[in-house]
Ligand binder design. Structure first.
Ligand code: SAH
Length: 255
C-alpha cells in the first residue's frame, strides 16, 4: 500500500509513519509514505502557495499550479515504480463522511494520493480537474486536511494483512461486518479487582461459548442504547440471529 500525501506540513506525518502499529507496519514495508509539498513546486521567489479569493471575502485559497506540479511529481514517481496513477482523494468537510466500510474499500486498493487543504480551501478548478473523491472526517471544520489524512491512513493501514498482531483484532472492532456492524463490547484486563469492582465473572470462566454470548449481548445492549441506527442496519442486512432478537426484546425501550 502506497500513500502519496500532498501537504504544506509534511513533518506532521511522522505521527503515523513512526509511531505505534502504523509505525511498525511502515518500518516493515507493508505501506509506504511519500509527501509532496506544494511549496517546493512554486515558480516565484516567495514560494507562494495561496492567494486572495476572487469575489472577495475572508481568508486565502490554495493556488492550482503548485498543487498540479506536486501531483505530477507524485505521478511520475508512481510511474517510475511501475504503478498506474493512484486515485486522488481530497480531504474536505464537503466530502463523503469517512467510515469503516470506506476504510475497507481503500485497504483493498494499491494506494491513494491524499490531498490536504489549508486556509479556506483549494481552487475549485483544480478539484474539478484532478480530484476523484472527497472525504470528510465529520461535520466539523479543522484548519487543515493533515489530521483527516492521518486518520484515514491509520484506519486503512490497520486493516492490511499482518499489521495487527492478532488476525482477529480487526474483525472484532466496532462497525466491522463480522461484528454485524455493531459497536465493540467493553474490554477488561488485570487486576481482577479495580477499586473494589470485579471483572464480569463469565470472562474468567474459560467457557468460550458463554464468553462469546456475553460479549455479543454487551455489544447489542451498547449499540441499542447509543446507536439504534446500527441495530436497524444490522437487522436490514440480516446480520442478527434469532437469539440476538430475543435478547434485544429483553432490553428496556430506549425512547
Ligand atoms: N472553507 C472550508 C473549510 C476549509 S478548512 C469549508 O467551510 O468547507 C481547510 C482544510 O481543512 C480543507 O480544505 C480540508 O482539506 C481540511 N478539513 C477541514 N475540516 C475537514 C473535515 N471535517 N474533514 C476533512 N477535511 C477537513
Amino acid at each position: 500500500m502506497r500513500f502519496d500525501v500532498i501537504t504544506l506540513f509534511p513533518e506532521l506525518f511522522t505521527a503515523v509513519s513512526d509511531s505505534g502499529v502504523t509505525g511498525r507496519a511502515h518500518r516493515q514495508g507493508i505501506w509506504s509514505l511519500n509527501t509532496w509539498n506544494p511549496r517546493n513546486y512554486t515558480t516565484d521567489v516567495h514560494h507562494t502557495v495561496d492567494d486572495r479569493p476572487y469575489g472577495g471575502g475572508p481568508g486565502m485559497v490554495m493556488l492550482s499550479q503548485p498543487l498540479e506540479s506536486a501531483l505530477m511529481a507524485a505521478r511520475a514517481h508512481q510511474q517510475a515504480q511501475g504503478l498506474s496513477p493512484l486515485p486522488v482523494i481530497l480531504m474536505s468537510p464537503v466530502g463523503r463522511r469517512f467510515d469503516q466500510s470506506a476504510a475497507q474499500v481503500l485497504a483493498a486498493r494499491p494506494g491513494a494520493v491524499l490531498l490536504c487543504g489549508r486556509y479556506e480551501g483549494i481552487d475549485q478548478r483544480f478539484i474539478d480537474q484532478y480530484v476523484d473523491e472527497e472525504i470528510s472526517l465529520g461535520d466539523f471544520v479543522l484548519s487543515g486536511g493533515e489530521i483527516p489524512a492521518m486518520a484515514v491512513m491509520d484506519a486503512v493501514v490497520r486493516l492490511l494483512p499482518s499489521v495487527l498482531h492478532t488476525a482477529d483484532s480487526a474483525i472484532q472492532d466496532s462497525f466491522q461486518p463480522s461484528l454485524s456492524g455493531l459497536l465493540d463490547s467493553p474490554h477488561y484486563t488485570r487486576p481482577e479487582l479495580f477499586n473494589g469492582v470485579p471483572v464480569p465473572s463469565v470472562l474468567s470462566s474459560g467457557h468460550h461459548k458463554n464468553i462469546a454470548r456475553f460479549r455479543r449481548e454487551a455489544s447489542l445492549a451498547l449499540t441499542a442504547r447509543r446507536r439504534p441506527d446500527l441495530i436497524a442496519a444490522a437487522r436490514q442486512n440480516g446480520w442478527l440471529t434469532r437469539e440476538d432478537e430475543a435478547f434485544l426484546q429483553t432490553l428496556a425501550p430506549t425512547q
